[in-house]
Write a protein that binds this ligand. Structure first.
Ligand SMILES: NC(=O)c1ccc[n+]([C@@H]2O[C@H](COP(=O)([O-])OP(=O)(O)OC[C@H]3O[C@@H](n4cnc5c(N)ncnc54)[C@H](OP(=O)(O)O)[C@@H]3O)[C@@H](O)[C@H]2O)c1
Length: 362
């Protein structure tokens, strides 16, 4: 057995209070021939980790039928030991966690490692074990620091896979349209930002809706226009959203709208141009998405839903990032191992200005 330390969530009816994360010592079995033992170096705090601690929309302990769950599905790890059947990665190799926990027969994830895949141990542990295809080596020609790769591993790969489907779907109905004349608009966090960077690289005019001045400054540096949603009035939120998106898009609306939030789905559909694509991989504020089907048909709107990525999409995203310098900007402040509860609190309060909160594990 391997004994290590981790931050865990526990069944609410066991010994810990709910909505807390607690430092525990625990043991897991030695690796099989098909597994690798790793030590996480850096992790990135993700929306799903807050969902998990809040036991919403699901309680992972109940869903996985486990008394204790260690979450964490974004990070950089170093290999400590390799199973006998694995011949292409070695002790000491550093790479990103690829968190496809249980793939379907075509390779797309049904369950996520360090989240809802049973018996997986996330990167909030000093040691964990992976299957070979849950590890993507970082090649020696990468100049990016490891915290950037930690931030990349979930949000950027999700973005790559979601944008691939969204863009190609848009192209299907807009074969002769120059992306330079089209608008990609988003709100949300790091996944949306990463998609807008891809959109920009393909020539789209890009706009991000945000509520923070620090993010407006970052977006300007990246050449992405912004709309400040903190100026929207509570009483006329939808009207303010619609008029500002229309004003920024020459009255045409968004050709592709990236909505991982879902809080105002009717509003995002109202700002979608004809033959437009609304695309999502997240459900931060709302899971239900009712539609007026006739309007959606008449407007020829395409709706895209994706969930993380196929392993080949992960490899392609990594390759593209190295060749095109497509990386997240990470904060100077890196939370230490003991500061994980503080990180959870800061993230939950919405106080973090950066899109990619990083923590150190080993
Ligand atoms: N399916 C997958 O594979 C997958 C992968 C990654 C993430 N996700 C999910 O996708 C969602 C977004 O994740 P993320 O990592 O990009 O972002 P995130 O870290 O969850 O950040 C969310 C940001 O969205 C903005 N926001 C919050 N509430 C809003 C509202 N009501 N209206 C408009 N904007 C709002 C805020 O930014 P401003 O204050 O700047 O506006 C906030 O910082 C989460 O639910 C996450 O779990 C899914």
């Amino acid at each position: 057995m391997i004994t290590t330390e981790a931050w865990a969530i526990k069944r609410q009816d066991v010994e810990f209070p709910s909505k807390k994360i607690t430092l525990v010592e625990f043991s897991f079995s030695e690796i099989t021939d098909e597994e690798i033992l790793v030590e996480p170096l850096f992790g990135c705090w993700e929306g799903n980790m807050e969902h998990a601690v809040n036991r919403s929309p699901i309680d992972l302990c109940v869903q996985r039928n486990e008394d204790q769950v260690v979450i964490g599905n974004a990070g950089v790890v170093r290999i400590l030991q390799v199973g006998n059947s694995i011949k292409d990665v070695y002790e000491g190799d550093v790479g990103i966690l690829f968190c496809n926990g249980v793939p379907d027969e075509y390779g797309y994830p049904k369950l996520i490692f360090g989240y809802d895949a049973p018996n997986t141990i996330g990167v909030l542990s000093k040691k964990t074990k992976l299957k070979r295809n849950q590890f993507i080596p970082i090649s020696s020609n990468s100049q990016a620091p490891l915290p950037q790769w930690a931030a990349f591993s979930l949000r950027y790969i999700t973005a790559w896979a979601n944008w691939r489907v969204a863009f190609n779907s848009w192209r299907l109905q807009n074969q002769d349209v120059d992306p330079g004349s089209a608008y990609a608009v988003a709100w949300g966090g790091g996944v949306s930002l990463a998609e807008l960077e891809l959109a920009k690289n393909q020539g789209f005019k890009t706009i991000m809706i945000t509520s923070m001045p620090e993010r407006i400054a970052l977006l300007a540096k990246k050449g992405i226009k912004s709309i400040d949603r903190s100026t929207f009035s509570k009483e006329n939120y939808e009207q303010d959203l619609i008029s500002s998106v229309m004003a920024h898009t020459d009255g045409k609306g968004a050709n592709i709208f990236i909505d991982n939030i879902g809080s105002s789905f009717q509003s995002t559909l109202k700002v979608l141009a004809r033959q437009g694509v609304i695309t999502t991989s997240g459900w931060r504020s709302n899971m239900i998405f009712p539609l007026i089907r006739s309007s959606e048909c008449i407007n020829r709107h395409t709706h895209i839903f994706t969930h993380y990525a196929h392993y080949q999409e992960g490899l392609n995203a990594v390759e593209y990032a190295i060749q095109n310098d497509w990386f997240p900007v990470v904060p100077e402040k890196i939370y230490g191992w003991e500061e994980i509860p503080q990180l959870l609190e800061d993230y939950s309060k919405g106080e973090l200005k950066n899109y990619f909160p990083i923590f150190a594990v080993n």
